[in-house]
Design a protein around this ligand. Structure first.
Ligand code: GUN
Length: 297
């Protein structure tokens, strides 16, 4: 039986990071400064600490400046908003990322809406969400943009394809659907209330799973040859007692003989998120300085 191609997200991300690093070198020559990314972490959530550390490391490796701001878990909302306003006004800062989730005393939406939309490299500000929905230039959230890059690399022109996005979050599902629509796919957004999800998924040439439910999408839900993008990162108990392992939202083993191509977990979509964050930061710096570094970022 034929097997799906396993999409090398880690390899594609490494290539993108290399192109960003080249673009950063050109930018530094022309603008006389390095692009800067500010990352704000509030509290001590272990997963967030890992993400923030890898973002900072990747930023420096790409030749950009990383400004890390770590605040205690009991930080008052006004203090966080004041920091965001300082970063908005700082000419060395091209991109601002406030790591989510935030502690419960802080209104996440208020923080997102305080970030200058022209520095919103996460693409979470309603102005950028609206620009994406309206087909205008703006910042697009990193994970869905990374998924789209993998899809276009694999499939070329997506026009006319049936795409099903499972999940309707502001961070992945909704912007993913908007991007696929922009590529002229016929887009369905499925979610927890969708009736007969397997039947809906079976129509899809492209499946993007972003629900956070371990191994939910089964191989027999897939149309043979479908391209499957698995955004899930779920930690589950491993066979060995006391150990854990990462699995996606797709049941990889049953999907492999049916799909045409599939992203693995780990080393699929995950590495793309940081690579696109660096890309968005460079694009922001270029827009601010009126510099043009590379057509294919
Ligand atoms: N938490 C999980 N993913 C993300 C992300 O892409 N951006 C931010 N700011 N926080 C996150």
């Amino acid at each position: 039986m034929s097997q799906a191609a396993v999409i090398d997200g880690a390899g594609f991300a490494a290539g993108l990071r290399g192109r960003v690093a080249d673009g950063v070198a050109t930018f530094r020559n022309q603008a006389g400064r390095a692009p800067g990314l500010a990352v704000v972490l509030v509290g001590e959530d272990p997963a967030s600490q890992v993400y923030v550390r890898s973002k900072g490391k990747a930023t420096v490796e790409a030749g950009m400046l990383s400004f890390e701001h770590r605040l205690p878990a009991d930080t008052a909302q006004d203090d966080l908003l004041a920091l965001v306003r300082r970063l908005n006004a700082d000419p060395a800062v091209d991109g601002i990322l406030v790591q989510l989730p935030l502690p419960k005393q802080i209104d996440e939406q208020a923080v997102i809406e305080t970030i200058d939309p022209t520095k919103d490299v996460d693409g979470f500000h309603p102005v950028n969400a609206g620009r994406l929905a309206s087909g205008l230039d703006g910042f697009v959230p990193c994970t869905p943009l990374g998924c789209l890059m993998l899809l276009k690399d694999r499939l070329g022109d997506l026009s006319g394809l049936d795409a099903v996005v499972i999940g309707r979050s502001n961070i992945v599902g909704k912007p993913m659907a908007a991007l696929l629509l922009r590529e002229s796919c016929t887009v369905t957004i499925a979610h927890s209330r969708t009736r007969d999800l397997p039947e809906v998924v079976r129509r899809a040439d492209i499946v993007v799973a972003a629900v956070g439910r371990p191994q939910m999408v089964k191989g027999d839900w897939l149309k043979p040859g479908a391209t499957v993008i698995d955004v899930g990162i779920n930690r589950v108990p491993a066979a060995e007692p006391g150990k854990t392992r990462l699995v996606g939202d797709v049941d990889f083993d049953s999907a492999l003989p049916v799909a045409g191509a599939i992203t693995p977990v780990p080393k699929g979509v995950g590495p793309m998120t940081i690579a696109v964050l660096l890309r968005n930061t460079l694009v922001s710096a270029c827009r601010r300085e009126g510099v043009d570094v590379s057509p294919d970022l």
